[in-house]
Write a protein that binds this ligand. Structure first.
Ligand code: NAD
Length: 497
């Protein structure tokens, strides 16, 4: 017996109320694990985008949220964290059913999500600026961080409830309001989160959730009532959004794809490194922006490392997302499965060797792909350069740390990278010279709300989490206070803008 009743009919949330699409249109989501319908959702149209933006606009321009104290906003955000913990089983099941991920990983994702809301509650109390008191007699300069306004938030299907929670609680913490559009493959947990926000006491309209495909996201991004776009998804769509945002000069923050290298040096603890490489490439079926999908291994130990990896990959349990023993679940959609197959085929045709797996799993129902390892991969092959977003590891070898760093920096991306070594000099060198937003030394994939997250190059623009989260969702305002009379001509010869 599962906590999720299916099939369900779910509504959007606009202005604090459950809401159908204006024209009554709906679409269904089937689970990629068993092909059964999980739920149906409204397919929003332009009129619904208008309603949602104007609810968020009203909540920002004349509602209480932006004017409440950080402490009061923090109370609501903390309550949301607690409610997420209360509903953890339901949220995790919904996430596993719609995304295809294993329930054990979905539970971890939900716990991490609650942690983000609880951390953001502390950020709400620490949104402050700066003061300058050495600007001359009778002058005080005050720098404040004000909420940027209405934020459009658009999210992908791989970690739906976690990714919206890397944005939403931080934007709310500083006083913004929002319209959220999750991927049409995974709306369930975001809508449930919207209900928890109401239960926690968030004012109506401060967060609105609309559902539908990419056309809804595009209409939302182009809406003149939106001040900022915070997007997580593919680099291709990120480029379109950045172009459109440039037209209107909207603020934009983009979290995009990755082709993340993990370097194993000959002096590394090979057992630990191999274990982490298998986990880092298969976690969430490899449908992870931070997937360690490119292994760079030092030539002298490549045989020993590949032996360990192949042995572990063979033992990985692939199957029903709701089974607690499952380690690799279902691929999120047939379209994604076909994309993986095409890239794997390309790797084979280009001359890489399939060490493990290499094809779709023949099951009666659902979308599954075998954990796959390619060896003899060359840097110019697509499987070494493009994000596959599936359980596929491409292995390249190197002779020197210089070569490893050159290979690490040889794609357009720069989201994350890792190095396995016991030599501090090598670790520091790699940490400094690899161009990526996160560098892991002797670990992979762990993260903390306190630490900023984001990418270099084609992996994105801006940072989420940490102290940077305040910067992401605020505008900086300078206030100059002059006391007493001073002739305006007295500024001649000084900088005056
Ligand atoms: P996607 O870009 O296809 O879709 C993401 C979201 O954008 C969806 O909600 C979609 O409906 C919407 N969308 C599509 N076209 C749009 C448009 N023209 N304007 C506005 N919105 C539009 O990505 P996806 O397939 O859902 O997710 C996978 C991608 O997300 C991968 O590339 C992955 O690396 C990336 N990702 C990045 C991070 C990160 O933090 N850097 C995290 C997770 C996923």
């Amino acid at each position: 017996m599962t906590a999720v009743q299916r099939p369900a009919e779910r509504q959007m949330i606009i202005g604090g109320r459950d809401s159908e699409a204006a024209d009554g249109a709906r679409f269904v989501r089937e689970s990629p694990g068993d092909g059964e319908i999980v739920a149906s959702y409204p397919q929003a149209a332009a009129a619904d985008v208008d309603r949602a933006v104007s609810a968020a606009r009203d909540a920002f321009d004349s509602g209480p949220w932006p004017h409440m104290s950080g402490a009061d906003r923090g109370v609501v955000l903390h309550r949301v964290g607690q409610l997420i913990r209360r509903d953890a089983t339901l949220l995790a099941e919904l996430e596993a059913l719609e995304s295809g991920k294993p329930i054990a990983q979905a539970l971890g994702e939900v716990e991490g999500t609650a942690d983000l809301w609880e951390y953001a509650a502390t950020v709400a109390r620490h949104t402050y600026g700066d003061a300058h008191n050495a600007l001359g007699a009778n002058v005080l300069g005050i720098v404040v961080n004000e909420p940027v306004g209405v934020v459009a938030m658009i999210t992908p299907w791989n970690f739906p409830v976690l990714i919206i929670s890397q944005k939403l609680p931080f934007a709310l913490a500083v006083g913004c309001t929002a319209v959220v559009k999750p991927s049409d493959l995974t709306c369930g947990t975001t809508i449930h989160l919207g209900a928890l926000l109401r239960e926690a006491g968030l004012p109506d309209g401060a967060v609105n959730v609309i559902t539908g495909d990419g056309s809804v996201g595009a209409a939302l991004c182009r809406h003149p009532g939106v001040d900022m776009i915070s997007f997580t998804g593919s680099t291709a769509v990120g480029r379109v959004i950045a172009r459109d945002a440039g037209e209107d000069l909207k603020r934009v923050e983009l979290e995009l794809g990755g082709k993340n290298p993990q370097i194993i040096c000959a002096d590394a603890d090979l057992d630990r490194a191999a274990d982490a490489v298998v986990y880092g490439s298969l976690f969430n079926q490899g449908e992870c922006c931070n997937a360690g999908s490119r292994l760079l291994v030092e030539e002298g130990v490549s045989h020993a490392v590949l032996e360990r990896i192949a042995e572990q990959m063979d033992r990985v349990v692939v199957g029903d997302p709701l089974d607690p023993a499952t380690q690799v679940g279902a691929i999120a959609s047939e379209a994604q499965l076909r994309k993986i197959e095409a890239l794997v085929e390309d790797g084979r045709a280009a001359g890489a060797s399939t060490l493990v797996g290499g094809s779709r799993l023949q099951t009666e129902q659902g979308c599954f792909f075998q954990p796959t390892v390619f060896s003899s991969v060359e840097p110019d092959m697509k499987i070494a350069r493009e994000e596959i977003f599936g359980p596929v590891l491409s292995v390249l070898t190197f002779k020197s740390l210089d070569e490893a760093i050159r290979l690490a920096n040889s794609t357009l991306y720069g989201l994350s990278a890792g190095i396995w070594t016991q030599d501090l000099d090598k670790a520091l060198r790699a940490a400094k010279d690899i161009r990526a937003g996160t560098i892991w030394v002797n670990s992979w994939l762990d993260g903390f709300p306190e630490l900023p997250f984001g990418g270099f190059g084609a992996s994105g623009v801006g940072r989420e989490l940490g102290r940077q989260a305040v910067a992401a969702f605020t505008e900086t305002k300078t206030i100059q206070i002059h006391s007493g009379w001073r002739s305006p001509w007295s500024t001649v010869g000084r900088w005056d803008g």
